[in-house]
Every structure is written in structure tokens, then in C-alpha cells.
Design a protein around this ligand. Sequence first.
Ligand code: ADP
Length: 390
Amino acid sequence: MDPQTIAVINAGSSSLKFSLFEVTSSGPVRRIRGQISEINTAPVFSARIGSQTAAREQILGEAHAGHQRCLHYLLEWLGQHAQVHAAGHRVVHGGLAFSQPIVVDSAAIKALEGLIPLAPLHQPYNLEPIRALSRLYPGLMQVACFDTAFHATKRKEARRFPLPRALADAGIRRYGFHGLSYEYIAMKLKEVDPVLAQGRTVVAHLGNGASMCAIHGGKAVDSTMGLTAADGLPMGTRSGALDPGVLLFMARELNMSLETIEDVLYRQSGLKGISGLTHDMRLLEQSQHPGARDAIDVFVYRIQQQFGALCAVMGGIDGAVFTAGIGENSSLVRRQTLRGLGWLGFELDDTANAQHATRITTANSNIPAYVIPTDEDLMIAHHVQNILAV
Ligand code: ADP
């Protein structure tokens, strides 16, 4: 009998990432990984099959632009390569109702659509492939995995904004995101450092979207993100946490519309806004422009500040993990961050850090810091395989 296969789809506003996994007795094994980028303008399809080192690229062009058309292309392509037994989807918001992966039916789709106002820039795109697949393959099992779910273990005081109760009842709460990444790191940490996996860890997920999470014994204690993925650390183009008075000032004194404020908060701020150059950390590191230095300095400052906050809510810290594009690849950001955190017990090993080794602190360091590449798709595949096994 052919092995069972799981397709994992991670649909964003401008890209469609996917992986195909084979179910094995030791967990899902990735067979294909790929993406369609620039889906709104000039889509480019790329995929790496098996052990291929270079991805095969195909320019789809304007004729394929748009979510629906790209999805159809992807589903046909996947259908030519495997018979898919189940699909797993990354869904950014599970709201109050969904704190675990679920098998999707029409009632669930409706409930998830109801959460669009809580994540208007992510949720609609996440739901698109679920709807398309249920139309095309009504019998296919589809599992939705939520970025908010891992944070469901937070204490109730960590989940409340100090706002009137009626607003909390309306769903305005501190949920937290990047949960699939944190869950994967917590799982992987059991192999990398089983002692730390039982202890108190600050995980810094630093990509275009960036957040940090305090994890104790594999469970989330708190994180830097709240109601939306705009909170906490400065990001590629998002501001992160602001004085709420800033929003009022922009609206009242600067006469900025809601749409303009949203554009500023989500697309013009963060590394791009501070530097006045780019959101891309690689380019900032290479630039001699003073704005580039400022952007990196503010980013690192905020990360250090949040280390303090997240240590405090765990009553201490036993180690740290860096992950995602910047966390995995920027030795500069890691070095600058940990050099300011010697007081917590980190002693950086410069050589290990420059080589992106798994452990980047010295043997004498009081507590360890690790670089662990994240894999949200693999986490989703684990959830789907668990559900298939029931
Ligand atoms: P997303 O949140 O979109 O998944 P990623 O996790 O891919 O983002 O991270 C993208 C960020 O990682 C960008 O700022 C990029 O410049 C940065 N990055 C990737 N590779 C490197 C590198 N070698 N050195 C420094 N930064 C890097």
C-alpha cells in the first residue's frame, strides 16, 4: 500500500508555502517543499523534491495572478505528485474557541471566518485554501492548526488587557502568535537539551514577523504579542508595541485616517521605518547608512527589554533559543543581544555564534543559548498525523 501523505499549506497575503509529508512510524517525513511567491502580481512557483538541493522554478506570470488561480495551480501540481490523504493548514487565529488543532467542517469554517476582524491581514488568506479544498475534494480530511493555540496555557492575568470587562468579553484579549513555531521549538528542545526543555526558556522568533515567548516545561507562560500580530517587538515593517496615545495623536492631531494608520503600523514601521531603507536584515547589516545601525540598535534594545519581562514572569531563566530568519542567520543580532544579557548568565562563544552552531554559549556560561531552525509545517504535519492515527 502507498504510504499516506499529508499536504501542509501555509497561505499568506503574498505567498503560498507548502510541504508534502509522508506518514511514517517515526513521524512525518518531508518529501516536497515549495512556494508560490508574488501571488498577487507575477507568481513564481518553486519546489524542491526529495533530496534536491536546488529548487525548480517556474514563472507562472500575470495570467496566474491571484489567490484562487495560484491555489488551483498548486492543487493540480500536488495531485500529479501524490495522492494526498489529508491537508493541514496554518491558521493564525483560533480565538477563544479553538485551543487545539481541529478537523475542519463547514461550521468550523464559519466560526473561523468570524475571527477575521481579529486578524484581517492574515486570517482571510489562511481560510482561502481550506474553502477551495473543501469545494474541490469534499471528502478530504482537513486540519486547521492555530498560531494562537500554544498560548492557551497562559495564566488569566497574562491574557487580559487592562480594559473594561465588556471589551474582554468581546474577544479583546492577549492571545499570542507564532504558536506553531514555539510548539516546534519546545518539541525539538527535548532532543537538543532535555534538561532545559523541563526548565524556563525564552524563545526569540525573529523573522519578518517577530515575537518572543516564555516557555516553562514546554508550556507557554507569556509572549510579546497580544490581540493581533502587530504587538511586541519591532518587526520588518510592523511597529510592535506603542504607547496607545500614539494612535490617538496620529488620528486627532495629524488627521490620519484609519487606513493610513493601519498602513503605518503594519507596512511602514519597524526596521523599514526606523532605517528609512529596508525591512531586510541582510541589507541592513551590510549598509553603512546610520539609519541601518539605528534600526538594528532599536530592534536589539527591544529584544533585551523583553528578555527581562519574560524572565520576570517565569521567576528566572534557564536558557534561550533563537529562531526564524534573523534568529537563525544573524550572528550580529544574536551577539549584540546576548552581550547585553551577561547579567542573566549568558557568556557568548563568538566562534560558535559566527558559525551558527546549535549552542552559541561557552562551556562556562551559566546558562545556554541555542540556535534552532524552526519548522512550522512539520509541526502541523505532526498534528495531522496524530489525528489520522486516531
Ligand atoms: P517570515 O516572518 O516572513 O517567515 P523569515 O523567518 O523568513 O520571515 O525571516 C526573514 C528575515 O530574516 C529578513 O529580515 C531577512 O533579512 C533575515 N535573514 C535571512 N537570512 C539572513 C542572513 N543570512 N543574515 C541576516 N538576516 C537574515
